[in-house]
Write a protein that binds this ligand. Structure first.
Ligand code: HEC
Length: 264
């Protein structure tokens, strides 16, 4: 009961922070920091010395990924990482300094250093979870829809599609890279929407189909829509074109009835 209460109050307070965090961001940061631009466009823009987009500052989503990956202990518990992020925000905003920078040099080279902003502890406490969650929120908003495994099987059967289960863990850099650079791209979304139904599973917390053991992350398990056969499983990261190549390969394998033996 106590655990439940603590959990509930944590969720409620996170929700409150999320709201005021967004307001503070709008008021104090959004005049320079745009929320989201697709990664492929950003990479091109920085290669062209910021001439495509003429950004005043890096996007908040870029900052969100960097905070998650580079501030505090990313594999520890979220609450303590959020506290480290809060400290970092206070320190950076009040006294910006390249020695504290968390973004890549290729990004930073395009901007003058930020002017100091007086950020209070309360504001930082609200901004930390907002910025921490923003990258995931933006990726979900710009990627293909994900389903539960059960829903995915139903939908795949109805629409004659293949189920793709994506295995991830929270602090997996390769998973972040795929989310940022591959899954939000239109060509990938179209290919997935046409022939696949996607399920996302945290392999530390959720079971994989057929009791499969995780082969590392990110990993992609392709399953027939009767839920009985494993077409293939692939681990690692790749470019948009490489990933599209894999999807074609999977469709060919299904056509040729080429399956993997299931070892659980
Ligand atoms: C007047 C424009 C402006 C405003 C307002 C602004 N920033 Fe920035 N910010 C920048 C620029 C330019 C950079 C890139 C240069 C740098 O890193 O200092 C930046 C970079 C950052 C970085 C990355 C630091 C690094 O070097 O890796 C963080 C974190 C950040 N801003 C947080 C905030 C927060 C939080 C707010 C609102 C409370 C805010 N900024 C408001 C212009 C601004």
């Amino acid at each position: 009961m106590i655990m439940r209460y603590i959990l509930l109050s944590l969720i409620v307070s996170l929700a409150l922070y999320a709201k005021s965090g967004e307001e503070i961001f709008k008021k104090r940061c959004s005049s320079c920091h745009i929320k989201y631009i697709a990664e492929i466009k950003l990479i091109k823009n920085y290669e062209n010395e910021n001439r495509d987009l003429n950004l005043t500052a890096p996007t908040a989503t870029e900052i969100s990924f960097a905070l998650k990956d580079r501030v505090g202990d990313r594999s520890g518990d979220i609450e303590s990482q959020l506290m480290d992020i809060e400290d970092f925000l206070i320190s950076y905003c009040n006294k910006p300094d390249r020695d504290k920078s968390i973004l890549d040099d290729e990004v930073l080279i395009n901007f003058d250093i930020m002017s100091p902003i007086n950020l209070s502890e309360d504001e930082a406490e609200a901004l930390a979870p907002y910025l921490f969650n923003l990258s995931e929120e933006m990726i979900v908003a710009h990627s293909v829809k994900r389903y539960s495994y059960k829903e995915a099987l139903k939908k795949a059967k109805r629409e004659n599609k293949i189920v793709m289960v994506e295995g991830f863990i929270r602090y997996c850099r390769g998973c972040m890279k795929m989310d940022r650079e591959v899954f939000v791209e239109d060509r990938v979304k179209e290919a997935l929407n046409r022939d696949f139904v996607v399920v996302k599973k945290n392999v530390l917390k959720e079971k994989l189909p057929f009791g499969l053991k995780s082969i590392g992350t990110p990993a992609f398990y392709f399953i027939t829509n009767d839920g009985k056969k494993l077409i293939d499983m692939i681990q690692g990261t790749g470019t948009v074109d490489e990933f599209l190549g894999i999807l074609d390969e999977i469709k060919k394998n299904l056509k040729n009835k080429k399956f993997l033996k299931i070892k659980s």
